[in-house]
Write a protein that binds this ligand. Structure first.
Ligand SMILES: Cc1cc2nc3c(=O)[nH]c(=O)nc-3n(C[C@H](O)[C@H](O)[C@H](O)COP(=O)(O)OP(=O)(O)OC[C@H]3O[C@@H](n4cnc5c(N)ncnc54)[C@H](O)[C@@H]3O)c2cc1C
Ligand code: SF4
Length: 331
């Protein structure tokens, strides 16, 4: 770990002003991802700005029916919240499928959005890596790539985004609220994370020094039927090989609206909008869901060792949609 100075932010404006004054500083919230990265020199900030005492620990219902999750609410508190369990069960299940109880107690909403890829080459500094050091190369492309991306990858990087929570947030059309010395702005979830393109070192569209203050969940009338299906190497304590967040709204067996997002497939949580559009007006049966899964994976480009993900993703989508059409529940 390199030397750095440590400061505890006393207010939101103190935090963002300090971050802008020293652009080599970083915020620390729960520390469950950042401290691991500091230990192996992946991040070498000159200053850590501890934001954990700021007043962003509430889950508040808003007048328009949306729910506002403060950036410092723990993953455990989100998953345990009765409004989330009732109205957004896919989010509660996505969170509970990740990490361990102890980590979820420390991990925060804001930190979860900004956790970095678990690509093994990124963490192993014996290898070059474009995400760690731009322009050095990507050993995963010709290396062991069974956990890597099948959608939206580039010649520069084939890493996947590791978060479960973010897959559900993508399906729910969440909005990220951020603050800087210029004030606040809101970023639709689909525009928050980036595909790698030629800048794989950039995971998000945040500007330097911007601080996440909250995530807003719009009211979703059919959210109760939402499901989260996660497939992984071990039954617990493992990142997703493939995950699916799905919800369908039915009237007399006909689909009125649908939400579908995937994890473990791309550099960002992957929203399958073409498949969602296909589903509207169709009957809720296996044939429809099979075709929707084909559409969702239409653009897949597997690497040497991850071709299995294409079929796995299709089957996971079909199952998640089927369970949602039956009213939701544990997949
Ligand atoms: C062993 C292990 C297993 C895990 N398994 C899973 C899993 O299966 N699924 C899953 O989804 N996650 C998993 N996680 C990841 C875990 O969920 C994240 O580490 C956690 O959510 C990060 O939150 P944090 O508050 O600890 O962030 P920190 O570690 O404090 O910060 C992470 C990053 O976010 C930045 N940051 C934090 N808060 C803000 C903010 N408000 N505004 C701007 N920047 C901010 C920091 O500067 C840093 O870059 C696992 C973690 C571990 C250690
Ligand atoms: S896939 Fe991305 S993170 Fe992994 S080695 Fe290649 S550039 Fe680095």
């Amino acid at each position: 770990m390199n030397n750095f100075t440590y400061t505890r932010a006393t207010s939101l404006s103190d935090a963002v002003n300090q971050a802008v004054a020293d652009q080599n500083s970083m915020f620390i919230a729960g520390g469950t991802n950042l401290v691991d990265r500091l230990k192996v020199f992946l991040d070498q900030p000159s200053q850590l700005i501890d934001i954990s005492r700021l007043q962003m620990q509430n889950i508040e219902p808003m007048a328009d029916g949306s729910l506002r999750l403060g950036a410092l609410v723990s993953n455990t508190a989100v998953a345990d919240n009765s409004d989330i369990r009732r109205n957004y069960p896919m989010l509660a299940r996505a969170i509970l499928s990740g990490a361990s109880q102890q980590i979820r107690n420390m991990a925060t909403v804001g930190g979860n959005l900004l956790q970095r890829t678990r690509c093994p080459y990124y963490y192993d500094t014996a290898f070059p890596c474009n995400k760690r050091q731009p322009g050095t190369g990507c050993p995963a492309i010709a290396g062991i790539n069974r956990t890597h991306a099948i959608l939206g990858a580039s010649e520069q990087c084939v890493a996947v985004h590791p978060s479960d929570m973010c897959v559900a947030l993508a399906a729910l059309d969440a909005v990220v609220e951020v603050a800087s010395p210029q004030g606040q702005r809101q970023i639709p979830f689909k525009d928050f994370h980036r595909l790698p393109g030629n800048r794989p070192e950039q995971d998000t569209n945040l500007e330097p020094g911007e601080l996440i203050t909250a995530v807003i969940l719009p009211s979703l009338s059919f959210g109760k039927s939402g499901v989260y299906l996660k497939i992984r190497d071990r039954a617990s304590y493992s990142f997703a090989l493939i995950s699916v967040a799905a919800a369908v709204n039915l009237q007399e067996e006909q689909i009125q609206a649908a939400r579908l997002a995937m994890g473990g497939v791309a550099h960002k949580p992957w929203r399958a909008t073409a498949a969602e559009e296909f589903l509207i007006g169709k009957s809720a049966d296996v044939a429809t869901f099979t075709e929707a899964a084909e559409i969702a994976l239409d653009l897949a480009k597997p690497l040497t060792h991850n071709g299995y993900k294409v079929e796995l993703a299709k089957r996971a989508i079909r199952r998640a949609l089927m369970v949602s059409a039956q009213g939701g529940g544990v997949v």
